[in-house]
Design a protein around this ligand. Structure first.
Ligand SMILES: O=c1cc[nH]c(=O)[nH]1
Length: 431
């Protein structure tokens, strides 16, 4: 996609002005309806718009809430051209990243993160949780670069940062100090504090989980974990421990379990029990369908490729769950452009979603349901009165078609203001 910039169309008036979207197809409503907004919030959906109010015409197309990327590594995005592509396992990708991040500068990270945010915005994303590595190799440079890019793009996308140790925590007092400092800094600056972890990369995985929940308690932070560990059992996947710690800390609704790439190898009853426990505990699950990596043994062809967690059970239970981007063209995957509609389509393909309802549920996994993983109550997400007026018009009549056809974006509003106008495709058949 070519992204060009042009002056924003004039805003009808300052904050508080009534603006409308006319002729919008909104899930849950029959036919095309009007959406009335003011002060950055949706005021009504379905009631006729006041005559003469300025606004936007959806032209009988689908309008959904701004898309939500619950798991995106901005600090190491767009580094695929620095990789050797030898190996092909998660461990190899971590080693490649550890080597290259020694050379990251704040400006380098900010430029790459900004380029990815531009593409996310162009594809309809209005909220991102980004996972940023802190350790003695990269120090604070990744964090500072990402915060600079987030500030540049704040007019179009809300970015919240999850700081985490990719290369081990329990054996690295300096990493613990950096995390503690970053979480304190986030609170002091009035930002949300989120602490992550990658226990599979720690000599003491359970010990890392204890430390992460300890940091969360110290800073009133949310928790967001990479859970790839696997020894063939549900216990090995560590999710039971995460649920125990969540319950003990009273953090239900504020903990996300991302990746879970190995849970897909559990027996169906075990997997169902894991997901039920997550739903019951308030641990949101984030499935990441884009990866070329193996957990182990790519070279022999006999190893285990990373799997994709199927979220059907959580959708049936109306629990918090998301599909997200994870990596954009780095050592963990050569793919990606930040499009969540494409990610929903990929997830649908890989997990065999077929009916219009199943496909629509996939769009929800990059929209309101993903927002719930990030702690937003169900009643405050999507195209409902009271929710932020962050809206995306997709070139499709309904959510299922949008996912099946990877519908392009027609326009995006952030806080009721136009941030994106999609490129119109012109066809010129012979006369
Ligand atoms: O996919 C992965 C796994 C670990 N860390 C990442 O950044 N991405």
């Amino acid at each position: 996609m070519t992204i060009s910039t042009s002056p924003r169309p004039p805003d009808p008036a300052g904050d508080g002005a009534v603006t409308v979207v006319r002729r919008a197809r909104v899930p849950g409503h029959d036919g095309a309806v009007d959406i009335v907004m003011s002060g950055g919030r949706i005021r009504s959906v379905g009631a006729p718009a006041p005559a003469g109010a300025p606004g936007t015409d959806a032209g009988d197309r689908l309008v959904v809430g701004g898309l939500v990327d619950a798991h995106l590594h901005l600090d190491k995005a767009l580094t695929a051209d620095r990789c050797s592509w030898s190996g092909g396992t998660v461990d190899d990708a971590m080693a490649e990243t550890a080597a290259m991040k020694a050379d990251f500068t704040v400006d380098d990270v900010a430029a790459r993160a900004g380029a990815v945010l531009a593409s996310c915005v162009a594809h309809g994303t209005t909220r991102v949780r980004t996972h940023v590595e802190l350790d003695p190799i990269v120090g604070r440079r990744g964090l500072e670069g990402v915060l600079a890019a987030a500030a540049d793009w704040a007019w179009a996308v809300d970015v919240e940062v999850c700081v985490f140790a990719q290369d081990g925590l329990t054996g690295s007092p300096e990493t613990a100090r950096l995390l503690d400092e970053a979480l304190g800094g986030a609170r002091a600056a009035g930002r949300r504090a989120v602490v992550g972890g990658a226990p599979y990369a720690d000599d003491d995985p359970a010990g890392q989980l204890d430390r992460v929940f300890g940091l969360a308690a110290d800073h009133d932070a949310d928790v967001d974990l990479h859970l790839d560990l696997f020894d063939g059992t549900a216990e090995g996947a560590l999710i039971g421990t995460v649920c125990d710690l969540t319950e003990r800390a009273g953090l239900g609704g504020r903990v996300a379990a991302g990746h879970g790439t190995a849970w897909s190898f559990l027996e169906p009853e075990q997997r169902a029990a894991v997901l039920d426990r997550c739903a019951g505990t308030g641990v949101g699950v984030v499935s990441l369908p884009s990866t070329d990596l193996f957990l182990t043994g790519r070279e022999t062809g006999a190893g285990a490729p990373r799997g994709v967690v199927v979220l059907d059970r959580l959708v049936e239970r109306d629990a918090a769950a998301a599909v997200a981007t994870n990596n954009v063209r780095n050592a963990f995957t050569p793919y990606g452009d930040g499009s969540l509609v494409r990610m929903a389509n990929l997830y649908a393909n890989l997990t065999h979603q077929a009916s219009p309802e199943q496909l629509a549920a996939c769009l929800d996994l990059v929209g309101p349901r993903a927002a719930r993983v990030l702690g937003t109550p169900a009643a405050a997400t999507g195209v409902v009165a009271g929710a932020p007026s962050d809206l995306v018009c997709l070139d499709a009549p309904d959510p299922g078609t949008a996912v099946a056809a990877v519908a392009p974006v027609r326009w995006v509003l952030k806080g009721g203001r136009r941030t994106v106008t999609g490129a119109a495709v012109e066809l010129h058949p012979p006369v």
